[in-house]
Design a protein around this ligand. Structure first.
Ligand code: FAD
Ligand code: DHB
Length: 393
């Protein structure tokens, strides 16, 4: 077994683990990032795309925003469609001039990996962490398995940034762990298509057939989603069926048909809300999806993960450089207040935009909520502020 020592072990090279590794490294704190997948896999994994105002600033302040500022698409509004009508919510006008940036999660990941490799900092792909030990003793140890055998690393702190199916949250003892969970009766079928977007802004649509979302990645790439039943599989969705359904659900009296193109990526994701508490146990800190999942309506997942890291990096630096553990002591509480705000917003957006198959009362309430969201200045201001910058409020 190979033996290593570092100050902080970071489990997972998603956006959370990579940003944390970079912020610590930049301040002179040695750390090792371990990732069970290959570099190619994490760089190609298509997921989130909307970056909040304050989170784009965080990425830029970390020195990782050069390409994001150059290639990211800045949006000042968002559209809602229901009952064949379209309504624009002027985000920037309602949220103190702030905007969102549309830039793929895998591009953020690529930018952070490139920075780490240039810095020569250790980032071990194809290394799966299997054991976290000593979390409440003088020193933590983790074990990882890779193609070259086993590695054991001793460290002062462990950051569990290993996503919702990772090993870190499972290391919390049952006597301290409390998990809050909700599942929803739908999933999202997402596609990436080589087709120029038909709209300059995102479109969230509620149709009696179900939810649809029009998003994009660049002037030539569209990203679209359909709400589907959780039991659905990709085999049942031919390209023609996907495009027909998108056109049906996004149609208004005036809207043009969607531009079609080759579908280059497709997947189905179940929708869940999960919060794991506490987010700290001894030498272990959870950040990002390892601690919480939001349903994707509202685009909060990656933003929430990076906002945790902002707090965690400060807390670790205060302790490791100045022996000040006050921020560590409040880490879980500080994050959870924001996490629950994001859970509430994602739940609100989800339940307003996904019609029920069975409950017509629920459907009428959803439409009333949507009308209020686009017609009342107070309601659209709350929506805009949460959508644009929830994680810095
Ligand atoms: P992750 O990105 O999941 O990174 C965790 C990393 O840890 C992974 O690379 C994983 O391979 C690694 N890992 C796991 N276990 C181990 C181990 N034992 N040892 C070593 N490494 C390990 N959010 C949105 O806002 N909009 C979306 O459209 C959207 N779509 C999504 C689609 C899918 C399929 C999924 C799963 C999530 C989606 N999300 C979306 C959520 C968003 O992508 C996440 O919130 C974000 O990835 C969280 O970042 P993270 O770094 O916390 O976790
Ligand atoms: C995207 C994803 C979301 O979950 C969302 O609410 C908006 C946009 C996207 O992938 O572009």
């Amino acid at each position: 077994m190979k033996e290593l020592r570092t100050r902080v072990v970071i489990v997972g090279a998603g956006p959370a683990g990579l940003l944390l590794g970079h912020l610590l490294q930049r301040s002179g704190v040695d750390n090792i990032v371990l990732e069970r997948r290959s570099r190619e896999y994490v760089e190609q994994r298509v997921r989130a795309g909307v970056i909040e105002f304050g989170i784009a600033n965080l990425i830029e302040d970390a020195g990782a925003g050069e390409r994001l500022r150059r290639e990211g698409l800045v949006h000042h509004g968002v559209e809602f469609r229901f009952e064949r009508n379209a309504y624009r919510v002027p985000l920037s006008e309602l949220a103190d001039g702030k905007s969102i940036t549309v830039y793929g999660q895998q591009e953020v990941v690529k930018d952070l990996i490139a920075l780490r490799l240039v810095a020569g900092a250790p980032l071990l792909f194809d290394h799966e962490v299997t054991v976290l030990d000593g979390l409440t003793s003088d020193e933590a140890t983790i074990e990882a398995e890779g193609a070259d055998g086993k590695t054991r690393i001793s460290c002062e702190y462990v950051a569990g940034c290993d996503g919702s199916f990772g090993v870190a949250s499972r290391s919390l003892p049952a006597r301290v762990l409390r998990k809050y969970e909700r599942t929803y009766p739908f999933s999202w079928l997402g596609i990436l298509a080589e087709a120029p977007p038909i709209s300059e802004e995102l479109i969230y649509s509620r149709h009696e057939n179900g939810f649809a979302l029009y998003s994009m990645r660049s002037p030539t790439l569209s990203r679209l989603y359909l709400g589907v039943r959780p039991s659905e599989t990709l085999d049942a969705w031919s390209d023609d069926r996907i495009w027909d359904e998108l056109n049906t659900r996004l149609a208004t009296e005036e809207a043009p048909e969607i531009r079609q193109g080759p579908i280059v990526e497709r997947s189905i994701t179940a929708m869940r809300s999960v919060v794991v508490t506490p987010m700290r146990h001894g030498r272990l800190f959870l950040a990002g999806d390892a601690a919480h999942i939001v349903p994707p309506t509202g685009a909060k997942g990656m933003n929430l993960a990076l906002a945790d890291v902002r707090v965690l990096a400060e807390a670790l630096l205060a302790q490791l450089q100045r022996h000040d553990d006050t921020l560590m002591a409040t880490y879980s509480k500080t994050c959870l207040e924001r996490v629950w705000r994001a859970e509430e917003f994602s739940n609100y957006m989800t339940q307003m935009l996904h019609p029920s198959d069975e409950d017509d009362f629920e459907n009428c309430v959803q439409l009333a909520r949507l009308r209020q969201a686009v017609q009342s200045r107070e309601a659209s201001t709350v929506l805009a502020r949460n959508y644009v910058d929830l994680n810095s409020l």
